[in-house]
Design a binder for this molecule. Sequence first.
Ligand code: NAD
Ligand code: IPM
Ligand code: MN
Length: 365
Amino acid sequence: MAAKTIALLDGDGIGPEITAEAEKILRLVESRNDIEFDLQHAPFGASAYFSHGHSFPEETKALCDRADAIMKGPIGLSHEESKKIPVDEQPERGALLPLRRRYDTFANFRPVYLPKGIAHFSPLKPEIIGDGIDFIIIRELVGGLYFGQKETGTTDSGKRYVRETLEYDEDQIERIARVAFVTAQKRKKVLHNIHKSNVLKSSVLWNEVVEEVGQEYPDVEVKHILVDAAATYLCLNPGQFDVMVMENMFGDILSDQGGGILGSLGLMPSACVGPDKAYYEPSHGSAPDIAGQNIANPYSMIGSVAMMLEMSFGMEEEARNLWHAMQSVFAQGFTTPDLKSPNSDAKIINTDAFGDLVAEELSRS
Ligand code: NAD
Ligand code: IPM
Ligand code: MN
């Protein structure tokens, strides 16, 4: 079989530490399946800015263009360190958003999943969690405030001002709505549409289009929930959700809240899918506060590998094996430091030890 080229963008902060674990797992997957991976590292993010003068260098663009899939570690610097880079080259604006735009990765899948065996990681009460937490946030990723026109200047009276526009056209809403309905059809056939139509005209159009698209999926029940209320329900009754769809900014915020109710952002993988290409990354950032200490939780990065195996390479069974391997390491009483609770006797393990245990567990399946 022809080798699949995977662009590995290690990123910043904890990025290289957790992508190393992803690479370890990819090598193992390759050894036990009829597939070959041509893994190619490329500079991306703040580290690329300092080494190559750009946070998304041309050589990285060329590699990503020809890759079958892209695995991306988190990028970014601490608030203070970021100031060393010109605003437009800062890796969020200079690399990440251009990556999303380049491959039109409009559909961002952010599973919020904590099976019963490891539900103790959640800060929510057991009676709220019940049999675990299991829903998916589908976030529109290339529209809205993130990509609308931006302007800064000075008013006639000499005051600084800024204007950012939240734009969506109906085609952009329609395509993400379709992804959400199809996902809901494969799950519990309930779709929560998250909006703010009591204030935002963009949400009025969003809801209209979601309802129109919904006519074609009569087996899926649509429930409309205002985004502020949804934030509360995520804490008080996450079990009511199965598939949630929302625009870009709402999805950014609520998906981090998803990490919060699981117990750590380190449990949040994601897939960013466009018409021709997909890339995979943790939902969280480069965690400068813990970088370089071998204590980051690589679950989010290895989970992103599982999503890539399933969504880019059709390896559903191996993806399932990998999820089970990660969860069973935790269920055996191991924990990464982010998930440690004060009174538990769980055995704390480092980033690389978690990767090793997952590899061992996967080898047994
Ligand atoms: P963050 O997500 O990096 O960290 C928030 C908190 O979660 C920190 O306490 C961190 O230690 C913890 N955390 C995150 N991932 C973890 C993991 N795998 N294991 C253990 N703990 C983990 O958010 P931030 O500190 O606000 O942002 C840092 C930088 O990351 C910023 O420059 C931001 O722009 C960037 N960022 C990048 C991405 C991306 O590359 N997709 C996503 C979000 C933020
Ligand atoms: C995410 C991140 C990015 C976003 C930043 C780093 C641009 O927070 O992937 O959630 O806001 O989309
Ligand atoms: Mn975010």
